[in-house]
Design a protein around this ligand. Structure first.
Ligand code: ADP
Ligand code: MG
Length: 353
């Protein structure tokens, strides 16, 4: 499973100039691809220590995956789900801050984000391993009785779930990992970097030419065409995390079922949104952006915008919502990014305040 790809190491400056042109140490760069957390991640670091920094990122991601994976039977999460309780060993420590963050986001979002949705996610076949299927209403109601994040207890180093409960960190793990990369970038004095962890982007610093990083927001209507965009985010020192119904889904009897489950119904959220992108400063925490993107997708446009207006969490964030009826709604409070609509996308664009 381990795969480590060296994509590019040569500074372009060296290739272009014949003789001894001074090399800007900032231009030294390393790009690696990491296949982890069920997705292909791409990390590009700049600066003199860029190779060491990139590999340190890979180590952090693999270490987190070992603790948080739902498919690896040896992960802390799998052991907790199997036994209902777990005393965390030294290698499982990351679970403590993640669980406390997840509980805060559950409360803030009125339960739209809830990691104890796990049994329901599994019933639909989205937990990995099982076949996709459409569970019956009685089965869903029975499973929903177990969904209640407030029943998860952490005392000292022991985590205990409520009866029949299981947790699924798929809605927060990649964002949490992206957040941890900021620590690496600080430690290795990385001046600029771009990390894309499957829909979770960390734009660190700016680009070598001093312009912002450009990150596309995919058009949910064309899930298979990575080049089909609703627009481009211009970002400096920011997280941008997208949740979309197009990212994982199956079809049965002409209906499409996706992987973001509304804890109120046990069914794929049918909220009128096709994607939610949450943008926040790199100090805000990728986990927040990840959890919010999932929760706000569940809430739908109106509630998501109310939530955005109230900015309940500690850090400011902004939104790009894509609706089923062909609108792109941009709500910015951070003033930290520019959104450039994609010409000819067919969407209409609105800015709200
Ligand atoms: P992705 O994993 O595609 O980046 P998200 O961040 O939106 O997308 O996370 C979706 C995943 O989160 C699902 O695959 C499932 O594991 C989990 N999940 C689904 N619904 C919820 C929910 N209401 N609250 C918390 N986690 C959820
Ligand atoms: Mg998420």
């Amino acid at each position: 499973m381990m795969r480590r790809l060296l994509l590019c190491v040569l500074p372009a400056l060296l290739l272009l100039s014949g003789c001894a042109a001074p090399v800007d140490p900032d231009e030294a760069r390393e790009s690696i691809q990491v296949i982890a957390m069920d997705t292909a991640m791409l990390i590009t670091t700049y600066g003199e220590r860029s190779p060491a920094a990139a590999y340190a990122c890979e180590d952090v991601i693999r270490d987190l995956e070992k603790q948080l994976s739902r498919t690896d039977p040896d992960s802390a999460v799998s052991r907790l789900n199997a036994a209902g309780t777990l005393e965390l060993g030294e290698l499982d420590e990351e679970l403590i801050p993640i669980l406390s963050a997840a509980e805060a986001y559950r409360r803030e979002t009125d339960g739209a984000f809830d990691i104890t949705i796990a049994p329901v996610v599994a019933a639909w076949g989205f937990a990995g391993g099982e076949e996709y299927r459409v569970p019956g209403e009685a089965e869903l109601q029975e499973l929903l009785e177990r969904v209640d994040g407030s029943a998860v207890r952490v005392e000292d180093r022991t985590v205990t779930l409520g009866p029949g409960q299981a947790i699924d960190l798929g809605g927060i793990a990649k964002g949490y990992a992206a957040g941890k990369l900021t620590q690496i970038f600080n430690e290795y004095e990385v001046p600029r970097a771009l990390a894309e962890l499957g829909g979770n982007v960390l734009a660190w610093g700016d680009r070598p030419d001093g312009t912002p990083w450009r990150v596309g927001v995919q058009d949910p209507a064309h899930p298979d065409d990575r080049n089909a965009l609703v627009g481009v985010l211009e970002l400096v020192d920011s997280f941008a995390v997208t949740s979309g119904s197009y990212q994982r889904y199956f079809q049965q009897d002409g209906k499409t079922y996706h992987h973001i489950i509304d804890p109120a119904t046990g069914r794929p959220a049918d909220s009128g949104l096709t994607s939610v992108t949450v943008v926040a400063g790199s100090g805000a925490g990728g986990a927040m952006c990840d959890a919010y993107s999932t929760a706000l997708f569940v809430m739908g446009e109106e509630k998501a915008l109310d939530f955005w207006r109230s900015q309940q969490g500690g850090a400011l964030f902004s939104l790009v919502l894509v609706t089923e009826d062909g609108r792109v709604v941009v709500a910015d409070k951070t003033g930290q990014f520019n959104f450039v609509p994609e010409e000819g996308s067919g969407y209409t664009y609105e800015t709200v305040s």
